[in-house]
Ligand binder design. Structure first.
Ligand code: CO
Length: 216
């Protein structure tokens, strides 16, 4: 078992190594923050944004919660999106889910899981809306993984519908929202090809999702 003090020792070693490689590293980094990306991901400890996307400190603004949800009454997430778009002027917002997400599985199986159960009701709604398509998948793991993908798609649309993103597009800002999914078992991120970069492309995505729903 690790000792909590190890973390502080690790930190001292890391800071010293960074400083040795570039004596002005922290000075430069402290002076400004100008990331091009906002990452909205799951809190799962196995899906750290900077590490899996190969980004250094300062390169990605991050918001994580259980099952990477963008809920329109969640001030925490909305404030992050607003700050990223209005102040940092990020060009890309990435919603990155992951296969085998425990939150998504719990929502699908409607397991009682305390407060998280209320939060995961948002994923449950997606599962209910696309029940027929999910029910047709015989394998449990495959069904959870398909819902992980559906959830990412729904959250991309949710980001696009925020007042912040709508206003950015209305003023002609270059801003794209992407849906990615990470494989815990191979370390690879797949692009789910649900990117939107305008009000029109958002409508197109929403139309496609509805078609999926009714045809399934
Ligand atoms: Co997860």
């Amino acid at each position: 078992m690790g000792d909590i003090r190890d973390l502080l020792e690790n930190n001292r070693r890391w800071a010293a190594a960074m400083q040795a490689a570039d004596p002005r590293y922290f000075e430069t980094l402290a002076a400004q923050q100008a990331p091009e990306y906002l990452w909205i991901g799951c809190s799962d400890s196995r899906v750290p944004a900077n590490v899996i996307a190969g980004l250094a400190p300062g390169e990605v603004f991050v918001h994580r919660n259980v099952a990477n949800l963008v809920v329109h009454s969640d001030l925490n997430c909305l404030a992050v999106v607003e700050y990223a778009v209005e102040a940092l002027r990020v060009r890309h917002i990435i919603v990155c889910g992951h296969y085998g997400c425990g939150g998504v599985r719990a929502a699908l199986e409607a397991q009682p899981c305390g407060l998280a159960g209320n939060w995961l009701g948002h994923v449950r709604d997606i599962a209910l809306a696309r029940q027929a398509e999910l029910a047709a998948i015989a394998d449990d793991t495959a069904r959870v993984n398909r819902l992980c993908e559906m959830n990412v798609e729904a959250q991309v649309a949710a980001v696009g519908r925020t007042s912040t993103v709508q206003a950015a597009w209305a003023r002609g800002a270059r801003l794209s929202v992407h849906g990615w999914i990470y494989g815990l078992d191979n370390g690879v991120i797949e692009d789910l090809d649900v990117s939107v970069s305008s009000a029109e492309s958002l409508q197109e995505l929403e139309r496609r999702s509805k078609v999926n729903r009714s045809s399934s």
